[in-house]
Write a protein that binds this ligand. Structure first.
Ligand code: NDP
Length: 287
């Protein structure tokens, strides 16, 4: 197969994720040229290029999956990007993605940013639920849609190059809040004769049941009425949440993961939001 056919691309970066992406395209019959800064074993079947410039010469489509924005800049600096379609699957901030888009576009390339919602073992695995947020050049996205759909599902979120990173980071931020709650819960039961393994399914089921509460938050953010359909008012929650703090003290557990959110809820009540849901916390966070 010619390296210039549609079923060919370049991958820059052979870390855990870059390697998983490469393997998925190889398994789908693509010719993949790879480059990594330092010598690393390349997936079997890939063509190894000695430099990033050499790796990007043969294929119009170039996927970068490197550590961070600085490593992408360092790698592409000095490389001729004329006519190249650069897809950046490196985690970055929205502003970094927008600036990278301008940098690449000014050098004659097209740019698409991506945020991977998966770990490497989910890449190329059928029904793993893995997907990638994409944003940036619509033309690039449409030209390579079939190729981009090989490693994981695709969700295009608009022409603004920063949006994929924003969606990605917003979901990761929500995830860390969930993990913070789980860490506190495991600490609470930790001093008793309660098996974390038996506790986990109860906690996960409750987290899943409560996750849907965010649909109501979204609807209230749109309507602007934070009292609509409230069945657990904020004043009540702030009062009863004191039991969470007292329980943490009883169990000898630091409440440091709980108190920042509680302080925000208290502030909202103090400002007159006692009859609302906790949606007003979103407004307090917006600077
Ligand atoms: P790894 O740490 O396994 O690999 C990092 C890669 O970046 C290596 O190829 C490394 O090259 C390269 N690199 C680091 N610094 C530079 C530099 N200055 N110039 C050129 N290359 C550099 O990371 P992953 O593969 O796991 O992650 C890659 C990206 O994918 C990250 O942005 C990450 O956030 C994202 N991602 C990863 C996920 C995961 O679960 N692994 C999940 C979702 C997204 P070298 O071998 O020379 O050090």
């Amino acid at each position: 197969m010619s390296a210039h056919s549609n079923k060919a691309l370049t991958v820059l970066g052979l870390g855990d994720m870059g390697s998983a992406l490469t393997r998925s395209w190889l398994a789908a019959g693509y010719a993949v040229t790879v480059w990594n800064r330092s010598p690393r074993p390349a997936p079997v079947g890939a063509t190894v290029a000695a430099t990033a410039a050499e790796a990007t010469t043969g294929n119009p489509l170039v996927v970068a999956c490197l550590l961070d924005d600085a490593s992408v800049r360092a790698t592409l600096d000095g490389v001729d990007l004329t006519g190249r379609d650069i897809v950046n699957l490196t985690t970055s901030t929205p502003a970094e993605a927008r600036a990278l888009s301008e940098w690449i576009t000014a050098r004659g390339g097209r740019f698409l940013d991506g945020g991977i919602m998966a770990v490497p073992s989910m890449i190329g695995a059928a029904d793993s639920g893995a997907y990638v947020f994409y944003s940036g050049s619509t033309e690039l996205y449409e030209a390579h849609a079939e190729t981009l759909a090989v490693p994981a599902g695709v969700t295009y979120v608009g022409a603004d190059a920063g949006f994929a990173a924003l969606y990605d980071i917003a979901l990761l931020s929500a995830m860390w809040g969930m993990f913070a709650g789980a860490a506190h819960a495991f600490a609470l039961i930790g001093k008793e004769d309660i098996s974390p393994v038996e506790f986990a399914p109860l906690m996960v089921a409750y987290q899943q049941a409560m996750a849907g509460y965010s649909y109501g938050t979204a609807a209230q953010l749109v309507s602007g009425d934070y009292t609509e359909g409230v069945e657990s008012n904020l004043a009540m929650m702030v009062t009863t949440n004191a039991t969470l703090l007292r329980t943490a003290a009883e169990q000898g557990v630091s409440a440091e993961l709980l108190t920042p959110f509680m302080a925000l809820m208290q502030r909202r009540v103090a400002e007159g939001g006692g009859n609302e849901s906790n949606t007003g916390v979103v407004d307090l966070l917006r600077r």
